[in-house]
Structures are given as C-alpha cells and as structure tokens.
Ligand binder design. Structure first.
Ligand code: ZN
Length: 89
C-alpha cells in the first residue's frame, strides 16, 4: 500500500486516492485546427513508461483536489507531489 502526500492534506493512505492517468499529456490549444489523428492521439493514446513518470491523482476521499505525482512505475517509489499549477522538477 502506498502512502501518498497530497499537497493539500499531507500523507494519506493510497485507499483515499484514484489514479487519473498520464500527467504529461497536453490538451490541444482552444480554437485551433487539429487533425482527426492528432485528436485521436490526445484522447485515446497513452504511453506506458517504465521508470520515473508524472501522473495525475485525485484525492477522492479527502479534499477532492487533483494533483501531480512523480512516481517510479517499477518500484512505486514516489519522488514528488505537486499542485496542478506547480512544476515537477
Ligand atoms: Zn487532499
């Protein structure tokens, strides 16, 4: 069981959180023409990296905020968490 540090609440059990997917995906700019292939890539295609990766997590049973987690997908070690408007270094 992971212990995840919510940037708003502090350390809590993994049971309180939901994984929200890849934190590196960037939404296309608003009002910009985009091909169907690029839109399909944005909506459906995700990498499955091995090692250090930035993910989105949701504190479902707590403050209900979304935030970023830098985690190793092999060892599950968490290196850093950050608010959505903060940068992961
Ligand atoms: Zn929280």
């Amino acid at each position: 069981m992971l212990s995840i540090k919510c940037p708003f609440c502090g350390y809590r059990s993994q049971k309180e959180f939901a994984y929200g997917g890849d934190g590196t995906v960037k939404r296309p700019e608003l009002n910009q023409e985009i091909s169907d292939d690029k839109w399909n890539e944005f909506v459906y295609l995700r990498k499955s990296p091995r090692g250090k990766h930035v993910e989105l997590w949701h504190h479902v049973a707590g403050c209900r905020q979304w935030f970023k987690v830098q985690r190793d997908t092999v060892t599950h070690e968490i290196f850093q968490t950050a608010k959505m408007n903060e940068e992961i270094k």
